[in-house]
Design a protein around this ligand. Structure first.
Ligand code: T1G
Length: 705
């Protein structure tokens, strides 16, 4: 329990003000619920108190239950705030700024009125951590917004901006001011206004909207979410809980919700998703960095290169409200790049995820520029030109000339040597890698690569810049493939080699889809194009006779089977349809190349396919940590979750590895080392953690920055 009180209660002009004071986000931590209950009981007993206001200190209302306490056998509370707020004999006004999420919104819904500042956000994000709302949210929200909208909000877990929440009926009033003082003043006035209104409006008594739900609303939702939420029991339980809101009296519905919640808190999925939640916050911490480090203000950005990556990167900044200059020497490329950006925004507008005004604002922030001289005033520049070192060097030499002092010089290279790029400038301390993942405006992962001469200020600024545009910045040291792609490379190699050894592409994909990936790796190859790395393989084979490449993939490319874009790759595609179809022609090609190359073919069982792919990457993550090219194993998990679509309810490769056990993984890798040679040499760190009985997910490198 924290020493200082976490809830304050004072009476102002006959209004009892309950203030939650549990930084940083007013989670319902130890003592908060009891403090709210005590304040209500005190105010109820005080004849001078006519009504209540409930508000948070700092930057938020209540951000939800204290997730840190979950899964640790929490003591059952004697009373819950929802059960004291709802029947309170005096009206309670919830005053919301920042966030009212999970238990925060549930407390607000148990209040009798809700007002908010325009920038506030509300939501029930519990399914994102593998559980469901457990404080009445599945019963009250459908009574306010209707069952269909409630299902959408609970299953998406999305944060709803206050104006939209008002339109939905969750919020009664959005005030003019956007700061906490204005909110408190408005809430006090509102409370005085409603103090004598009777009957006091209680959400539990509202059932008019429940009749909107017929069974097909629930069946349609089940069908809609089936593919995307496979393996997540919380989603089905959430649907069941909302069904109970429609079919059962309120108190029975609450009991049903509690039962369905109780099934989930200690589920494997919930443990994994809570781990992911905290790992995504831990990744921001750079060991050895001073707590407070001066980083330059970034208010203007330039992106060099108007290709697919450059366009996506420019969108990331424009989406975050920053003005962007998009540079390309070729007017045609620049024009095409702008058209691609506009088309991307138009698709979002068509889908309804963006309004036309928002699209216009965002697109309006992107200014096309042809001369590098015109970007010198920008606070930071991101280079996103061809992945060829001579081209990068030329661009950075020019940037060094034109960019103002103190500007960040960032490269989006996915594997090239940051030091070699930095060394063409007179300011290598201002150079860092910021590696975006395709599509750059969607993928949350941003890999920030630390060059030998990158200053701490530049590193900290690049990490912060990623977070400021809503991404998850992850540290990587400078090496081939940095951390994310380097850890993924063995997976890709094993995928190709297993197909040479007899595993069919459809078997590899079936195994990984069953594991939880939305799409299998071969189908993904067909999407990105089998020819993408063909040239690289050919260049490497020419330079290094020992390099064996991937002859089967190369043959597919040489036969024009480049993937979806040519109607055939690992799979066959009907015109205008992206559905992969198994193609006997591919089986024939595999056989032919195997005979030519003398590859022995055999049957594979599914477990071997899964283990060959994931154990190889787990081993590589251990090597990356040993070399200090990543900070912690959980960072690698965050990169796989947010860069490679690893199923979230499995936590990440290292978290999942612990469900198999480090010793079992080590022994299997040691056996494959005997059978397949050098590429399966077990990492020393893996051997150590296996022998010590430790956890893969807790491994850390010893770098200090
Ligand atoms: N519990 C414990 N710690 C939390 C927390 C929570 N609910 N939310 C945030 N933190 C910590 C976080 O780990 C970080 O710690 C710091 O606060 C700042 O967070 C009964 C059962 C509110 C949108 O899922 O989405 O209610 O790293 O870096 O980017 O039905 O935090 O500083 O040590 O994310 O400004 C439902 C989870 C819970 C909300 C703010 N609520 N939180 O984002 O800051 S379950 C949630 C968030 C529940 C009820 C059920 C975000 C945020 P540290 P941050 P931010």
């Amino acid at each position: 329990m924290s020493e200082k009180p976490v809830v304050h209660f004072d009476v102002t002009d006959g209004i009892g003000v309950i203030t939650i004071d549990y930084p940083p986000v007013n989670a319902l931590g130890p003592g908060v619920a009891d403090g709210i209950i005590e304040s209500l009981e005190k105010g109820e007993a005080d004849p001078n108190v006519k009504a209540f206001v409930m508000i948070g200190t700092g930057r938020s209302f209540i951000a939800g239950a204290d997730i840190r306490g979950f899964g640790k056998g929490r003591p059952k509370p004697k009373k819950r705030t929802y059960d004291v707020l709802d029947p309170c004999s005096k009206p309670v006004v919830a005053a919301i700024h920042g966030y009212a999420l999970g238990g925060g919104l549930e407390n607000a819904l148990a209040c009798h009125y809700r007002i908010a500042v325009p920038s506030a956000k509300v939501g029930l994000p519990e399914v994102l951590i593998g559980i469901i709302p457990g404080g009445g949210g599945t019963q009250r929200l459908p009574r306010v917004v209707g069952p269909k909208a409630a299902l959408d909000l609970i299953i998406s877990g999305r944060h709803v901006p206050a104006p939209e929440a008002k339109d939905l009926g969750i919020i009664d009033e959005v005030i003019d001011g956007d700061d906490r003082d204005a909110l408190l003043a408005a809430a006090l006035d509102y409370a005085k206004k409603v103090a004598d209104v009777r009957p006091i409006p209680r959400v539990r008594d509202r059932s008019d909207r429940l009749s909107e739900a017929t069974q097909d609303v629930f069946d349609a939702k089940r069908k809609e979410v089936a593919r995307k939420t496979r393996g997540q029991p919380a989603v089905e339980n959430a649907i069941k809980a909302v069904e109970a809101a429609v079919s059962e009296p309120f108190d029975d519905g609450i009991a049903t919700e509690r039962r369905l919640f109780g099934e989930l808190e200690t589920s494997d999925e919930a443990f994994a998703m809570r781990y992911a939640f905290f790992a995504e916050r831990e990744i921001a911490r750079l060991p050895g960095m001073p707590k407070k480090i001066e980083t330059p203000e970034i208010n203007s950005i330039a992106v060099v290169g108007a290709g697919t990556m450059g366009g996506g990167i420019a969108m990331s900044f424009a989406d975050a409200g920053l003005p962007v200059k998009l540079v390309d020497a070729s007017p045609e490329v620049l024009e095409k790049g702008l058209e691609r950006i506009k088309a991307n925004y138009a698709t979002s507008v068509k889908r309804g995820s963006l309004s036309q005004d928002e699209m216009d604002d965002r697109f309006g922030r992107i200014k096309p520029v042809q001369q590098m001289e015109d970007i010198g005033d920008c606070d930071a520049v991101v280079e996103a030109v061809f992945e060829r070192m001579p081209v990068k060097k030329e661009v950075f030499a020019k940037l060094d000339e034109v960019m103002k002092d103190g500007a960040l010089l960032l490269t989006n290279t996915s594997a090239l040597d940051i030091d070699e790029i930095a060394n063409v400038t007179k300011r290598p301390d201002a150079v860092a890698g910021t590696h975006y993942f395709v599509p750059a405006n969607v993928m949350k992962l941003l890999e920030v690569v630390n060059g030998t001469k990158t200053s701490r200020e530049t590193l900290a600024a690049a990490m912060k810049l990623g977070r400021d545009i809503g991404k998850i910045s992850g540290y990587a040291g400078n090496c081939d493939g940095f951390a994310a792609n380097r850890s993924r490379a063995p997976f890709n190699i094993e995928q190709g080699l297993m197909i040479e050894e007899g595993a069919l592409p459809e078997q590899v994909d079936k195994v990984m889809v069953a594991f939880g990936y939305p799409v299998g790796p071969c189908a993904v190859n067909d999407m990105s194009g089998l020819d993408v790395s063909y040239d690289t393989r050919k260049r490497r084979a020419a330079a290094d006779p020992k390099y064996r490449g991937l002859p089967i993939t190369d043959r597919l490319v040489e036969l024009g089977r480049k993937g979806q874009k040519t109607g055939a790759g690992w799979y066959r595609y009907e015109p205008g349809d992206r559905t992969p179809h198994v193609d006997p022609e591919v089986h024939k090609i595999i056989k032919e190349v195997a005979e030519e190359q003398g590859f022995e073919q055999r049957e594979f069982d599914d477990t071997e396919v899964l283990h060959r792919l994931l154990f190889s990457s787990i081993n590589e993550i251990c090597k990356i940590l040993e070399e200090g090219k990543a900070i912690r194993a959980s960072d690698a998990d965050v990169m796989w979750l947010n860069g490679f679509g690893f199923p979230r309810y499995r936590g990440g490769p290292m978290y999942w590895g612990d469900t198999v056990g480090a010793m079992e993984i080590y022994n299997q890798i040691a056996a494959w080392h005997q059978r397949y040679g050098e590429r399966w040499k077990p990492s020393a760190l893996l051997r150590e953690v296996a022998k010590s009985g430790g956890k893969l997910r807790e491994l850390k490198s010893d770098i200090s920055l």
